[in-house]
Ligand binder design. Sequence first.
Ligand SMILES: [Ca+2]
Ligand SMILES: [Ca+2]
Ligand SMILES: [Ca+2]
Length: 777
Amino acid sequence: MGSAAVAAAPVQAASPNLIVNGGFEDGLASWFANDGNASDTATLSTTTDAYSGTGAVLVTNRSTTGSGPMQNLSGKVQAGKTYLVTARVKYENANSPATKQFFITMHYGGSTYTNLGTVTVPRGQWGLIQGTFTIPAGQNVSTARIFVETPWTANPSTAPDTHLMDFKVDDVTLQEYVVSKTIEVVGKLPGEHNPLIGHKFGADGFGFVHDGRVYLYMTNDTQGYAPNPATGVSPGINYGDINQITVISSTDLVNWTDHGEIQVAGPNGVAPFTGNSWAPGIAKKVVNGEEKFFLYYANGGGSSNVITGESPLGPWTSERTSTLINGSTPGAEDVAWKFDPAPLVDDDGQAYLYFGGGPASTSMPPVERFNNPKNIRSIKLGENMIATEGRAPVVDAPVAFEAGHVFKREGKYYLSYSSHFGGNDFGGNQPRVPGYPGGGQIGYMISDNPMSWPKETYAGVLFPNQSQFFGAGTGGNNHQSVFEFEGKFYFTYHAPTLNKRINGNTTQGYRSPHIQELTFNPDGTIQQVVGDYAGVNQVRNFNPYRVFEAETVGWSKGIATGKVDSASAEFGTPTPNLVVRDIDEGDWTALSAVDFGADGAASVTATVRALAADASIEVRLDSASGPVVGTIPVDTPTGEWAQVTADLQGATGVHDVYFTYRGPAGDDLFEIDSWAFEAVPPLDLSVVADTRCVGEMVMVTVRAANNEAIHVTASATSAYGTRPFGSVPPAKEKFRSFPTGTAAVPAGEVTVTATATVDGEPKSASYKASYAARSCG
Ligand SMILES: [Ca+2]
Ligand SMILES: [Ca+2]
Ligand SMILES: [Ca+2]
């Protein structure tokens, strides 16, 4: 599988065009010749020589370089805000220069003019004027007007072909510059399992298993992502922006639920005495009879800290009021970067923390600084998990840089770490010990003692630099973890593969989580991991017959997720709940390997919040253009959460399921909180409940029709007891009644359960039938 270079994708979620009739499809409406000075006269007329559509404006009889089409923006633009401006322009005068510069200019009033955007265009061709500008705070915008002009000169009439040529303008836009983080490209390709998610970034993933589910905690690389609305390209990543940890989870390693971000650090963080939250690591332990979850993270390069959770999804509290690892930690004084904390709870309950990295001590000889920089530490954690015990001995990891992590297998401890890229901080260009890691690789060591890591425990390179597998634009540091899930070991790492799919080989450092399986040799050493987009096999098929979060996604296009206050239907309170947002016509989300069973799905229900009329959700099999097995109309009141349902036809067996979103182009269509599929009952009975009067008393009745070709045993239960039907013959129906002993009953429900043996297999099903309130007498 390759990653074809993809051109920069401008963000689609555009803010409205503030220009009226910018395409001149409505003649000259809202346009007039620049009237800033009495001398700036010109004649505007329409022309059918348009850049797009059927109309454009032609400017003739220009008297000054400022003579051009103008539109009034008073009341539309605001001081302090940033805008994007574009326009198409063309000139054709054969006596004019071969190229000519044009401007879009703002006239704020008086003598205040600002060029907003420009282009130099060859004669006879449409050029694109573009610009981004911020109106200064305090600027009076009460008479703001924009116009198109040529560069100013004092006496243009001395060379009119050079300065006063006719020109045409079309497609003028001026929009507020609104940064959208929505990933518009398909960042995780259908069929592939890496990167794990395609709608956001995440780095330094730490895999953690609890209760049959794998959680991945990540540095929130999306936090500072700010793609330019015009180009789609973000400035490079700034780690200093990051004070949140992103959490996703899965029971199959392909369909991942987005649990959003934990606001760990910063003024509103769980631990407001920390400013950053990089490179998380988590462990669980029963403390004072209570199972707790301890989330460690790097507070920038200078220290590390821990917060405490009631579950893997929180809620989170800070038991500390100062950092856990810092310059006062015994044995860590010489560690340049007291970060990347990775916990391990041993089988005997003793917990350890691994941390550290960065430039080696200058007291060492250069060769040692390069090969054995002694910048990583191990330390014991106290019983409460939120304090250290004793001194932190050196982990003498060869060529170490950062990212120490330990797991245990068959009585042995494995410490992996990332290697440095050389340079003066590590003693300059020194001879590398044969077999030691190259730059930006993952090395590992094997020890019998979790606190003893001499250089002799080095075992080799576990993972080369990711750029070896993912090519140009994917180099840089890495950060790994290893977890065991249902008998297999898995290796997590990151690579800027989603960034590459957005921007081609010129990436900006935004990293994405990946997983590969880890294979051991008979002697306990690890086979070097090969990174690829295929990733790991899906551990199990996806069970659709339950309520599950819509933010559970195998693959997606064009959507975003966001936290809401309502409870998670699947995970309960007080865990975070997200919804799928930024749903436009043509966007989709998909689930991998959904098992509908032999009888198939009867219906699907979505919890949605409608935002536009005439929207719907198509349920498709196997691809975004696959067969439609049902269409859910999203026709509930706008702005309110509601449930919408559709019957399904042909959804049987195992398929990838695509929810494709339909509605008016340009509108946000709806948000989705959760999905639930209903199975076709394994036995086909029709059940009807009713009431009738017997004298002055109400009788609840139920009729069960057996549509099977075999005998079925059934019984009915209501608020008034249980009545067996006994055996119902094929194609026959039976009737039972419940005397209520009262003259009036509220509306209610009767449940019929049925069992039969089909092809030697026992089958059972239950059906509900409701009846209305009834009053007799
Ligand atoms: Ca036009
Ligand atoms: Ca979208
Ligand atoms: Ca949800």
